[in-house]
Write a protein that binds this ligand. Structure first.
Ligand code: AMP
Ligand code: ZN
Length: 495
């Protein structure tokens, strides 16, 4: 069985066998949210996708340093105003209050969706000296120029000398010139395709820092170049973000990195596809949007009822991260059914006891093949929908064994244990789902502990130690955990 991990690299536009730069270790940088308003569900899709990727790399045994930034300066609106400054002006708060408020909200939603926190979460405003230093290096290398207190990246010179601009997005300079003709302030630049890496702050601009070029603030693309290389090195393994960031954000990041240190930065570029709603891109401007809280509570005209965070997470996992995902009420209802079926099957599975005889036969072979395929699907560019499909093929077997439609004959006891472990690892640790009927939380640990308790009770009963057996049942009852005995074993549910 081929257990190598294959990743689709947006840079080569091919699936490649993943080989980290340093054996056993992975450095991954993901563009985080711009914290000027509440995080929307599209952002959540991207971060849940990278959470699964992070979890799977950990499962593969890599020591992962996962860096996901917070953009709290420099990300401008179309009219040129800084998103953070606008957020502050509209709500009459300090820009840092705005950043804190929405960072807290973002963290709350990530926790509810059971996304693991990154190893490092750097803020752009906390890395101004690093960004100034990078601008100085790019200037010193001759790939930028200063005009009136702003510094621009010299795209044309960079292309002439390096010839690499456009390697990610495939954009051609002629196209860029045509597109950027109408941009404001372009007269200040030498060439329409040049972009600001440091911007002079106007009188009314609130977020400003002293620099060798006067008071100003860094360009948005610069923060990710400066922070990724600071924490992961000039060459690192993975860079991720939504595919709307390919151009200009990521393209300019590569140019800045090459311009500063001659290294391109990441070896593998991963891009998630967009979340749609009812077939159209989710967007705040035309009202085609739903917030995570509205979706959980059902307080939105777009849904008939609320959907729990784990149903939402399951819904996201049912589509591959490189495909668009269309959020509809029907699709969420189907996801709710699928999620419940998977959780119920896992509860039944964990309570199944092999009645013997413990002999390998055709059923064992069939199940072993499925077990292998679950891992193979995840190895194929983190294909969560296909992984789930294989898990559901196993669910049919589990339900058959539970109902008695399928005999245990020909299934080794060790294989039954393997399915139990596989389900715990894939459902909880890798896909990051929680069993809401069993209290959510750290489902894998809780489930493991419950299996231990159930086995201890079964041992007590075999020894006819009724006081111990009763004590276990009564204590669990006080904790609102009910044991359900059947001839195939004991299952548990949280009431
Ligand atoms: P932003 O806060 O706009 O900087 O976006 C944070 C992350 O969410 C980026 O990686 C974006 O590419 C991603 N993103 C934004 N909108 C969507 C969407 N509709 N679907 C999926 N990802 C998105
Ligand atoms: Zn970025």
């Amino acid at each position: 069985m081929d257990l190598s991990l294959k990743i689709y690299n947006s840079l080569s536009k091919e699936k490649e066998v993943f080989q980290p730069l340093h054996e056993g270790r992975v450095g991954m940088y993901v563009c985080g949210p711009t914290v000027y308003s509440d995080v929307h569900l599209g952002n959540c899709r991207t971060f849940v996708s990278f959470d699964v990727i992070y979890r799977y790399l950990l499962h593969k045994g890599f020591k992962v340093r996962y860096v996901r930034n917070i953009t709290d300066v420099g990300h401008l609106l179309d009219d040129g105003e800084d998103r953070m400054s606008k957020g502050a002006r509209v709500s009459q708060l300090e820009p840092m209050e705005v950043a804190q408020k929405y960072s807290n909200g973002f963290h709350d939603i990530m926790r509810i969706l059971n996304a693991l926190p990154p190893s490092i979460e750097p803020r752009a405003t906390g890395h101004i000296p690093e960004q100034i230093e990078m601008v100085q290096t790019i200037l010193a290398n001759g790939y930028a120029y200063e005009i009136n207190g702003s510094v621009y990246f010299d795209t044309l010179k960079f292309i002439q000398e390096k010839g690499t601009y456009g390697m990610l997005s495939g954009r051609k300079v002629d196209e860029l010139i045509a597109e950027s003709r109408e941009l404001k302030k372009q007269d200040e630049k030498r060439h329409p395709a040049d972009f600001a890496i440091w911007m002079k702050a106007s009188e009314e601009h609130i977020m400003r820092w002293r620099s060798p070029w006067g008071e100003g603030f860094p360009g948005w693309h610069l923060e990710c170049s400066a922070m990724s290389t600071k924490y992961l090195g000039e060459d690192f393994d993975i860079h991720g973000g939504g595919n709307d960031l390919k151009f200009p954000h990521h393209e300019n990041e590569i140019a800045q990195n090459v311009g500063a240190c001659r290294h391109t930065g990441a070896k593998y570029w991963l891009h998630t596809n967009m979340l749609l709603m009812n077939g159209k891109k989710m967007s705040k401007s035309d009202g085609n949007t739903i917030s995570p809280v509205e979706l959980f509570s059902g307080n939105s005209p777009h849904v008939s009822k609320g959907y729990s965070p784990m149903v939402v997470r399951f819904f996201m996992l049912q589509t591959h991260y490189r495909s668009t995902l269309d959020l509809t009420d029907e699709a969420l209802q189907a996801a709710e059914k699928g999620y419940r079926r998977l959780m119920e099957a896992n509860q039944a599975l964990q309570g199944l006891a092999h009645p013997g005889p413990d002999i390998k036969g055709p059923l064992d072979e069939e199940i072993q093949t499925l077990i292998g395929q679950v891992e193979e699907e995840m190895n194929d560019d983190f294909n969560t929908p296909k992984t789930l499909a294989k898990l559901f093929e196993l669910v049919s077997k589990i339900n058959g064994l539970k109902d008695g439609h399928l005999s245990f004959e020909g299934l080794a006891a060790s294989t039954l244990d393997e399915i139990k472990t596989l389900f715990r690892e894939f459902i909880f640790d890798i896909l990051g789902l929680q069993d809401e009927a069993q209290g959510g939380g750290d489902s894998a640990t809780l489930d493991g502990l419950m299996q231990l308790i159930i086995e201890m009770r079964a041992d007590a009963r075999q020894r006819k130690d009724w006081p111990t057996s009763d004590k276990i049942r009564d204590t669990l009852k006080d904790l609102h955990i009910q044991l359900k005995d059947s001839k195939e074993g004991t299952a548990w549910v949280k009431e």
